[in-house]
Write a protein that binds this ligand. Structure first.
Ligand code: CP
Ligand code: NVA
Length: 308
């Protein structure tokens, strides 16, 4: 607990298994308090700034509602409106905001920008999604898996789709927490090799598999995960990607190759008929809305741990 105070969350690679476990434990307690209507305001008087260079529904609303529920205040800072969008250096922005705020959440393109912000800020910086990582989503995902399956260790998560931010963060989160992880992605869209090697270095006796074959990847899976084929910033590639990923749709046929009690997860927003069919995402084995709700609880726990 003491080791998390004042820290940044740039990627889960920087957190130990025990630290992630502690946040998940706290998230479960915080969720319980909310369900019981208990007031819990350990961040009274604290302010979180939230910089967005990309769109968001879940991240924005869950962080903003979360900081209010914890007794603090959230500031939505669109990069179109702050001077960062007009070229003010990240390092200056970091130093200025550190004088006003108690934490910064940032959603942007380059991971390097988040690292620069963190390096120059004296307050915790939280990565709310970059092109490379989405650690907050994976905290909520792990919380959801634990709720539904009762455990994390020994399970297998299979991700089908683009080998970018979600694939990277899932590989790292699963490897750290004792789940086997398989990624199925077409050639040219596979996860970054350095990040794959990093994930493998965290695995203690579990598997990190990257393959082009979705059927091989889903064998024995407890969780099937998908994400959009064209991420934010890649809209112009939509048509090319629809062709490249055509064989990577999560549908009944593919799902039949997983365990019979496998669950379906998706970070959302989803495109029904593209990466997943409606009967899967809206079907009985989908937990996507429980997963989305857990963004709130997991991030409240994260903020309490880092900013408390
Ligand atoms: N899953 C996720 O991060 O959603 P938003 O883009 O709506 O924040
Ligand atoms: N891969 C998606 C995730 C959205 C939460 C994107 O980057 O747009």
């Amino acid at each position: 607990k003491e080791q998390l105070k004042g820290r940044d969350l740039l990627t889960l690679a920087d957190y130990s298994k025990a630290e992630i476990g502690y946040i998940l434990e706290l998230a479960a307690q915080i969720k319980e308090k909310k369900k019981n209507g208990e007031v819990y305001e350990p961040l009274k008087g604290k302010t979180l700034g939230m910089i967005f260079e990309k769109s968001s529904t879940r991240t924005r609303v869950s962080f903003e509602a979360g900081i209010y529920q914890l007794g603090g205040t959230g500031l939505f800072l669109s990069s179109n409106d702050i001077q960062l969008g007009r070229g003010e250096p990240i390092s200056d922005t970091a130093q200025v905001l550190s004088g006003y705020l108690d934490g910064i959440m940032i959603r942007t393109f380059s991971q390097k920008d988040v690292e620069d912000l963190a390096e120059n800020a004296s307050i915790p910086v939280i990565n709310g999604l970059t092109d490379d990582y989405h650690p907050c989503q994976v905290l909520a995902d792990l919380q959801t898996i634990k709720e539904v399956k009762g455990t994390l260790e020994g399970l297998k998560l299979t991700y089908i789709g683009d080998g970018n931010n979600m694939a990277h963060s899932l590989m790292i989160g699963c490897a750290k927490m004792g789940l086997d992880v398989a990624i199925a992605a077409p050639k040219g869209y596979q996860p970054n090799e350095n990040i794959t090697a990093l994930a493998k270095s965290f695995a203690e006796g579990t598997e990190v598999l990257v393959t082009e074959d979705p059927i091989e990847a889903v064998a024995n899976a407890d969780i099937i995960y998908s994400d959009v084929w064209a991420s934010m910033g890649q809209e112009a590639e939509q048509k090319v990607r629809e062709q490249a990923f055509a064989k990577y749709q999560v549908n009944n046929e593919l799902f039949a190759h997983a365990k019979s009690d496998a669950i379906f997860m998706h970070c959302l927003p989803a495109h029904r008929g593209e990466e997943v069919t409606a009967d899967i995402i809206d079907g009985p084995q989908s937990v996507v809305f429980q997963e989305a709700e857990n963004r709130l609880h997991a991030q409240k726990a994260l903020m309490v741990a880092l900013m408390g």
